[in-house]
Design a protein around this ligand. Sequence first.
Ligand SMILES: *Cc1c(COP(=O)(O)O)cnc(C)c1O
Length: 728
Amino acid sequence: MKYKEHMADSDPNPFSHVPDRLSGLVDLSYNLWWSWHPEARVLFKRLNPHAWALSVHNPVKMIRDIPPSLLDRALADPGYMRRYDIIMHRFRRYMANQNGWFSSHYPNLRKHTIAYFSAEYGLHHSLPFYAGGLGFLAGDHLKEASDLGVPLVAVGFMYSEGYLHQHIRPDGWQDGIHEILNRDTAPTRRVLDSDGAPIIVRVPAIDPPLYVTVWKVEVGKIPLYLLDTDIAENDPAHRGISSQLYTPNREERLKQEIVLGIGGRKALNEMGISYTALHLNEGHPAFALLEQLRELVEAGASFADAIGDVRQTALFTTHTPVAAGTDVFERSLMDKYMSKYCAALGIDPEEFYALGLHPNDRHSCFNMTVFAMRMTGYCNGVSRRHGEVARGIWGCLWPERSIADVPIGAVTNGVHLPTWLNPRLEDLFNSHIGDVYPRWQEEHDVSEIWELIDEVPDEDLWQTHVWLKMKLINRIRERKRQNWADQRDKPENLVAEGMMLNPSVLTIGIARRFSTYKRADLIFHDPERLKRIVTNPWYPVQVIFAGKAHPADDEGKRVLQRIYQFAQQPAYSGRIAFVEDYGEQMAQYMVHGVDVWLNTPTPPLEACGTSGMKAALNGVLNMSILDGWWPEGYKGVNGWAFGATDPTVGRDAADAAEIYRILEDEVIPLYYTTDMDGIPHGWVAMMKRSIKSIAPHFSARRMMKDYVREYYSKSLNWANSALQMSIR
Ligand SMILES: *Cc1c(COP(=O)(O)O)cnc(C)c1O
């Protein structure tokens, strides 16, 4: 592995060509606020659309590279400068506003800080620090915290090789190409100490010594601190700890989690940030609890008292019922790194390891989820259904309780509306909803407001939807055209990857990580029947697939290959497409532009699922198995559901048969029944019912308010009263 030194240090001011009058563009480019405010995005794009495209919509890179002459042109353009001034005004007013929802509802808690730790964040494609749903959930959590003024600080990793580009070979096998992140053109900056040198923090009580440096990403008002081990202070063997997400190597993984939890808390301390409540997004960062314990013990508390305190202010969110989603470390590995830490905790290693021991595990591994559940006072799953499933799985940790009384609650995930609602649709809603209720965007979690969707004329909603579908298909074809020109693709790749897509055909989207439990290939269960459906000359259907398999998951890669090889067959007449390299950008196109979002995981393994919510906001209809969020979202008239009963044998066959039936009897006829005006009014009516019933409730806004009410405020109130006790 090669490590290049960071250019940032050699180039003191890469923005010296930006005139003072436009210096706000630099501030704006480093704050992801721009990414969920379309009018701010326009400010960059209007400088020069080609420069914007060349930067892959990354304003930091664009402003660094832009020729001064283009900035001068903007300066001389009164129209541009008017926009610039008003958007900078909005941005600064947003950043300075101290009276958000949180402050007005919890004025006595506003001085506190809540720390949010997560191994991944999906914020924007210029920050490739995500693998999938967990990351986007975390990213949306931060954006919403910023919008509601929740006092959060976030900790994560600077994955310098985080982005795995997916390339599909002609035989359908997934190759992965790691792209090295250029830290200088990403929207993130080093955290410096008072002398202007990068801060370097030693992870305490760990042998051999591990060091981290810290980067900061501004997510509106929320700072996200990223830990980076790629520095000269580290032994070369440790420099790569933070280079890749979820390394399959157990020892590397343990080191990552030590750095994230223990190093993360230490880094916050060094920056003078102390927090009252802690939210662990999954088990990976659970060692943050340990570091809090160690500090209390160091200050003189007994280990048992320290645990009592730490539990009162800690929340653990479990995100998956899949066993592979839980990190488990062997005893020998734990000994290798943690023995000194046990001494610092003042307990013997047996006592420590017992905290992470699963009651049914005879191999005595250290289980991060078990540890997190034992050490936090609050715990939740991510949909009502998942809450029930989690109580069943983890009830063994509370043997004295009945399953119903297992203390695992549920907060159903939601998506950040300004991030996932397409700007064209936003404009459309503005002109019809905003007309009647101008504050609709600030109050978008209020259901009554969304009833106003009925005031949008069918024709306008349909035309906007068709336009978004064309944009998706153009985007897919344009990428393939470039590959063709670069001689990267053979004709059968072009067909398999969507060159034949047709915007007038009913379009089903299936995009997700290719884990086997997601059953992305379920609709190929009866290949002949699917072939008849997609090649029907009068009512054709096309299916767009996208998603990556984890680089170590050969099983997932085989599922992908199977789909790809079907897509190559002339018998499917170009109606099946597999789109390479699914990421944030392609996700945006897909959730805006397909007609139906199909979701087929094996129950009960989908904890929640969020991409269907993104689709629903944009008028895309969900067709999903009744698992995860869909039992809450499905109202009988706002999409389609299957898999309600649990066949003991032949689950795949039964679910596939239901899918074919629903497609043939309901989806296809509804889509192709149009009036004389060419508009499928029945379909549009269902789009409206879907938007109304799903957008307000499955928003990150509703989710964040639930977290504050159910968990954060309880921890912070406890801290307030503990403080009063100690003053008395
Ligand atoms: C939303 C999103 C996901 C998560 O989707 P699920 O439905 O929760 O599996 C994964 N990848 C990308 C790029 C996303 O935008």
